[in-house]
Design a protein around this ligand. Structure first.
Ligand code: CP
Ligand code: NVA
Length: 307
């Protein structure tokens, strides 16, 4: 349990203290990989995927193994969910075998439904709406490099998508200023924006949405972006390529950020679209630390929920 919650579905369910506690634990786990090797002895994590994954699948499976447990990969093509078994029945059955479930799927409501009927912790490994584990790894990466997060400015250029939502929510909780530049029609979800604003009223951070990439990038400590077409939006890819023209992070835009800015990208990336090769493969890019930190951040989450 974290603050009385059995699940990790969105960072917005937790206080700043709880989130910082998880990030501190993640960093401790990274420093001493052996220390936690029996924390989840014999615990089993089911990992349901209805979408592709490299990082999420491997980091969860490696992570639970490092703590003494095991991961069971459950592709929706192979389990009965793919043939119409209900989420509620699946949740109740899996709860008889396992100690936790990680799920990556399309609908966020399905994840909530799974958590409602599961007697065991459910961890959100990405939905169309949110990607909370990614946001945790991102902020861990920022803390490692900057020594703090409060008062920094994160600038997101591009689609107001799942990755943007969770990162903005986490920033708003932790007191990090967040600016996003998106083209018309690709803004963040209004209900998420309301949550960000109400969190920022408490944390004192500043939230800016703009169409102008320069306004967003100006003075940023962190520049970040994501693919223009997310999983499930493959048919829109061409239209999106047109809509997002100009919403790229290249050296010219990066020159407006602080000289010691960090470049983050959840990956996979499309060089030449949302980011230039020069920036993503350049000296300010910390994308592989960020990818590694998925492992540590998720180990901290599993450690707190599944013990
Ligand atoms: N960033 C991320 O979630 O990567 P995968 O889709 O490879 O899991
Ligand atoms: N926004 C992307 C993130 C992938 C990790 C997607 O949902 O496909």
């Amino acid at each position: 349990m974290i603050e009385g919650k059995k699940d990790f579905l969105t960072v917005n369910d937790f206080s700043k203290n709880a989130l910082m506690g998880l990030l501190e634990l993640a960093m401790k786990m990274k420093k001493d990989r052996k220390k936690f090797r029996h924390s989840l002895d014999d615990k089993k994590l089911g990992m349901i995927f209805t979408k592709s994954s490299t990082r999420t699948r491997v980091s969860f499976e490696a992570g639970i193994y490092e703590m003494g447990g095991m991961g069971i990969f459950l592709s929706s093509n192979d389990i009965q969910i793919g043939r119409g078994e209900t989420i509620a029945d699946t949740a109740r059955v899996l709860s008889r075998y396992l100690d936790g479930i990680m799920i990556r799927t399309f609908s966020h409501n399905e994840v909530k439904e799974l958590a409602k009927y599961a007697g065991i912790p459910v961890i959100n490994g990405l939905t169309d709406l949110l990607h909370p584990c990614q946001a945790m790894a991102d902020m861990q990466t920022v803390i490692e490099r900057k020594g703090r997060v409060e008062g920094l400015k994160v600038a997101f250029i591009g689609d107001g998508n799942n990755v943007a939502h969770s990162l903005a929510l986490l920033c708003s909780k932790l007191g990090v200023n967040f600016s996003i530049a998106s083209p018309e029609g690709y803004d963040m979800n209004p209900a998420i924006i309301e949550k960000i604003k109400s969190n920022m009223a408490v944390s004192g951070a500043k939230f800016v949405t703009t169409r102008d990439v320069k306004t967003a990038a100006e003075g940023a400590d962190v520049l970040t972006t994501d693919v223009w077409a997310s999983m499930g939006q493959e048919k829109e890819a061409e239209a999106r390529r047109k809509a997002f023209a100009g919403y790229s992070i290249d050296s010219k835009l990066a020159a407006l950020a602080k000289p010691d800015y960090l470049f983050l990208h959840c990956l996979p990336a499309h060089r030449g679209e949302e980011v230039s090769a020069e920036v993503i493969d350049g000296p300010r890019s910390v994308i592989f630390d960020e990818a590694e930190n998925r492992l540590h951040a998720q180990k901290a989450i599993m450690h707190e929920l599944m013990r």
